[in-house]
Design a protein around this ligand. Structure first.
Ligand SMILES: Cc1cc2nc3c(=O)[nH]c(=O)nc-3n(C[C@H](O)[C@H](O)[C@H](O)COP(=O)(O)OP(=O)(O)OC[C@H]3O[C@@H](n4cnc5c(N)ncnc54)[C@H](O)[C@@H]3O)c2cc1C
Length: 317
């Protein structure tokens, strides 16, 4: 990019790339500055399940999820597949409000539920194979004229010298950039195993502090889960073994399965994502961070709103 960019996006995870695409496809000159390439972000470690939309009407997270589900429904994209699966909870009678609005919703009888689960229902939702999907987003952004540079910024003021409009999609990195005390690391282990022949997904709720999640993506399956407030991203073999055991208790075909990869991601924890604009001198900073365990699910909705806030300040776009 030779001309000065109209906007600089900080971060090349799912939030930065989706927002960058919305901006670049609107005609703006977009530069993405990132500390790490997309394949080395937290986003690359997500499962990733889109939905169900359990937020109440009026909650922005409901509208953001609806927009993502609309996009994933309307536009076929590499790495994204709508799949049948089961959502389950251990207590009986635990079907959450709004669950019945999920595509493919069907309560499962006792003979269809995994052992130990009093509530289970079938749904059909998008599952995203994140490394494939992020590579697609990167290519789509570049096709729209966007440029991605692995060169972190040290501050929002530094970013404002690059372009008059800054979109802060720095995930957990936004802690340093903004001083936001609400933003905190939530440790999430991820185990990838060879697929023993599964095509249905499974997800247990509530998601605290541990659960079983099984997300098949063709030849491999992404297993989770766990969450705790920690900035320690060191893989723990005992934690991984527990995850495989919990998942094998639900899906016996996973017992003794070959582990291909074990990593730990730090989710950008926050009670609610921060999507809002802030004036800093002559610059406009639009924040889009703090998506906790739902950043892929919220990505297209938050990108739409962040891009609208930013484009209002770019007369040429
Ligand atoms: C194990 C696990 C499973 C998950 N499963 C799901 C799921 O099923 N569904 C779902 O929706 N979500 C899931 N998530 C959550 C999801 O991964 C996050 O919410 C999402 O990745 C956040 O995306 P992001 O782009 O905002 O942040 P990130 O992916 O963390 O990207 C932040 C970007 O900012 C850059 N950056 C940081 N500091 C700077 C700086 N100073 N200058 C420039 N760039 C900077 C980084 O290099 C990176 O590119 C899961 C997470 C984990 C760990």
């Amino acid at each position: 990019m030779t001309a000065r960019p109209d906007l600089v996006v900080l971060g090349a995870g799912v939030s930065g790339l989706s927002t960058g695409i919305r901006l670049a496809e609107s005609g703006a000159r977009v530069l993405v500055r990132t500390a790490a390439p997309p394949a080395h972000t937290t986003s690359a470690l997500a499962g990733a399940m889109i939905g169900p939309n359990l937020s109440p009407p009026g909650d922005p997270q409901r509208a953001w999820t609806d927009e993502s589900l609309r996009v994933f429904g309307d536009e076929p994209m590499p790495g994204v597949a709508w799949r049948d699966g089961t959502l389950a909870a251990r207590p009986a009678g635990a079907t959450p409000p709004f669950a019945e609005q999920t595509p493919g919703f069907r309560p499962l009888g006792e003979d269809e539920r995994p052992a130990g689960f009093g509530t289970a229902f079938a749904v059909r939702l998008p599952l995203v194979d994140m490394p494939v999907y992020l590579a697609y987003l990167l290519e789509r952004l570049r096709d729209a004229g966007g440029e991605v540079r692995v060169a972190p910024v040290g501050s929002l003021d530094e970013a404002a010298t690059v372009a008059p409009v800054v979109i802060n999609c720095a995930g957990l990195g936004a802690r340093t950039l903004t001083g936001d005390g609400e933003l905190h690391p939530v440790r999430g282990p991820r185990v990838v195993v060879r697929n023993p022949g599964l095509d249905r997904f499974f997800m247990e709720a509530p998601m605290a502090p541990t659960w079983a999640s099984i997300f098949p993506h063709g030849d491999h399956v992404v297993l989770g889960g766990g969450q705790r407030h920690s900035d320690d991203a060191t893989p723990d073999p005992a934690e991984a073994a527990d995850i495989v055991a919990r998942c094998a208790a639900v899906e016996p075909a996973l017992a003794g399965v070959e582990v291909l990869e074990h990593t730990v991601g730090l989710r950008p924890g926050r009670a609610t994502p921060r999507v809002e604009a802030e004036r800093r001198g002559d610059a406009l900073v639009v924040h889009n961070y703090g998506h906790a365990g739902n950043g892929v699910m919220l990505s297209w909705g938050c990108a739409r709103d962040a891009a609208a806030l930013a484009l209002g300040a770019v007369p040429t776009a």
